[in-house]
Design a protein around this ligand. Sequence first.
Ligand code: FAD
Length: 439
Amino acid sequence: CFCKLKGQIDDCSCSVDTVDHFNNAKVFPRLSSLLQKDYFRFYKVNLKKECPFWSDDSRCSMRTCHVKTCGEDDIPPGLKGEHDHRNENMALKYLESSQDSDNCDEDNDLDAELGYLNTTISDSAYKGFELWQAYDDAQDNFCTLPDEDGEAQYVDLLLNPERFTGYKGESAHRIWRTIYMENCFRPKKSFNSYISSSKLNGLCLEKRVFYRVISGLHTSINIHLSANYLFSGKNPLSKDADNENWGYNLEEFKNRFSPEFTDKEGPQWLRNLYFIYLLELRAVAKAAPYLAQERFYTGNESEDSETKDAIMDLLNVIKSFPEHFDESCMFADGTKQAQKLKEEFRQHFRNISRIMDCVGCEKCKLWGKLQTQGLGTALKILFSSKFDKLLKTSDQPFLSRSFRLERSEIVTLFNALGRLSTSIREIEMFRQMMRSRTL
Ligand code: FAD
């Protein structure tokens, strides 16, 4: 079977077999049950934001793309009063928007921003401090901040599962093309098709990592739609007796990933899924001391305590994994060049999170936004030097204002990892189906 991948995962010291075993036996069951908890299932998002890059293609009106948002009564009481520190000042929003640049090669003009900060400091020392703090925090972010404006609404993720929607054609291709082609990290001589694995060797580690995580995310999305496919009639591989039209579509999976239909790229795309999984797993392991102090508050004491226990159990399992992705070799030499590369990396990733507002199917946009925000949180944890410094000292500084993760960042981080973990498990299911067909 082409999906029985062998050997090391590229740019990692770990083998595919090790990840399969660890994920399917240990992480997947724990994470799946954790993500049923109220703290993790309610996600606040603005699906009506305008696309900043091109005028809207038709909003998809397919039934399968519909997202059911929560009524006031559906939301746990503890989340209704959710207080986001970022709402305290609008300056951050100003800073965020002024940092967003489509031109990846342009250096940031920080002077205007810092000038703005200085005036405010003379107005009020305290407010000035807050602004510097906000500015400082914004430097760590790898994606646009979660939507907290008036149009943001809670969505119950369990009622809106990621699955086949039928979103395809030019609108979907434009999003993928823009992500792959217009985000600068590609060999200088541009080529018309998507990047091929053989061209990756000419890129430095950081750029390869960037490509691999995007490709891994793309793989995961396409596995979910193949594993939760809508058939026009009853599906023989249905997972659920009440939903007989939904289920595994082995042909769809093969068409998307077998070497013969993908110019030999399919298995490499599958390997990229393992790569992004290891990267996000490492981020959770790194943030474990911080996460262990969270309350996971929803207002329901027994539920919150169960969530906390489930988190501790999962963190212990994840920490026991010996061969995580090693981020310490990225942007490592401390030179100006490395700093510039890191800034570019951050800007490209922020662009990708903004492209998600252009997705023409609400359901795909919901999960696209969630997964890019989760990946952005993982990158922030891995590459924020502030986080490294704090880890070297005692646990106590985590309680300070100097580093914090918002609830939305924690929710997206775990849900994004949950999507990848499920995809790896689905590959095993497809493998078994192929095996039983050849017997
Ligand atoms: P696409 O998946 O659109 O790929 C375009 C091209 O990219 C391919 O021809 C190939 O050359 C290359 N490519 C494919 N996979 C990879 C990879 N892993 N790495 C590198 N290159 C690759 N559809 C749903 O049914 N449900 C969803 O929830 C959903 N969510 C989506 C979320 C986003 C953000 C986007 C952009 C699309 C989403 N889609 C979803 C649509 C889906 O991803 C496909 O675009 C669609 O099914 C059309 O598939 P395709 O075969 O034309 O190739």
